[in-house]
Design a protein around this ligand. Structure first.
Ligand code: HEC
Length: 217
């Protein structure tokens, strides 16, 4: 039957062709990170050439990444402070810093209240006079008992937090004259607790949506 013969020839061709590819299946190669006798250090994965910089990792703007010139912290923001920067800074600060430093920055966060070393208030003279780059450096490298936040917070977000901390400091020491025209000044300024003074924040009753009117105080 010619159809069988044709099939046999076809099958033979397939077999012959498959045999042709065998060479490429067994070409010499190394599994990732396997040992190799070819190089003297026996590593098959070759280290990158010295001085290689990963794409996007060329940190040319040292001030942006360190907040310092040599060993001296600088005192300016590496980008303009806009409302977005402040909003981002407040959000990141409240997430990462307020558990210890409190939302006011007075150092009475929940974690020190439960026994962790109490941080200094941002409103002491020394920290009010500290240059902006100093705060960036504390976040980047940690400070004493405080861990660093370099891996959790991106450099840009760290700068946003710096801007927000400075605003917090101004807010606690501002005079009426510094309030922009047309803005209301609350008659009773919010108070922060002096370190160790034991004074507490005034309790403010906020009307709550899910409490019936007559039960609100
Ligand atoms: C786990 C608690 C904790 C968190 C979270 C934390 N800090 Fe601190 N921070 C501390 C403690 C404790 C100190 C005091 C360290 C010491 O004196 O050993 C401190 C000190 C500081 C100081 C003062 C350094 C000085 O010169 O006295 C700054 C500024 C500061 N922190 C900024 C930040 C910022 C910004 C964040 C958020 C990114 C942050 N901290 C998050 C605990 C914390």
């Amino acid at each position: 039957m010619p159809i069988f013969r044709m099939f046999a020839i076809f099958a033979l061709c397939v077999l012959l062709l498959a045999a042709c590819r065998l060479d490429m299946h067994v070409q010499p190669r190394l599994n990732p990170l396997a040992k190799s006798d070819f190089y003297t250090d026996q590593r098959s994965a070759r280290p990158p050439v010295e001085g290689t910089v990963a794409r996007g990792d060329l940190r040319e703007d040292t001030y942006f990444y360190t907040g310092k010139f040599g060993n001296t912290p600088g005192d300016y923001m590496p980008f303009p402070v806009t409302a977005d920067v402040m909003t981002r800074g407040r959000e990141r600060f409240n997430i990462y810093c307020s558990p210890c430093h409190s939302r006011l920055g007075d150092g009475n966060g929940m974690i020190p209240q439960r026994g962790f070393r109490r941080p200094p208030s941002y409103h002491i003279d020394r920290l009010r006079k500290a240059p902006l780059g100093y705060f960036f450096d504390v976040m980047t490298n940690g400070f004493g008992a405080m861990p660093d936040y370099a891996s959790q917070i991106s450099p840009r977000d760290r700068w946003c937090i710096v801007a927000y901390i400075r605003a917090l400091q101004l807010s606690q020491n501002a005079s009426t004259a510094e309030v922009p025209q047309g803005q209301n000044v609350p008659s009773e300024p919010p108070q922060f607790r002096e370190p160790g003074s034991g004074a507490t924040l005034p309790t403010v009753a906020f009307p709550s949506a899910d409490v019936p009117k007559e039960k609100q105080q």
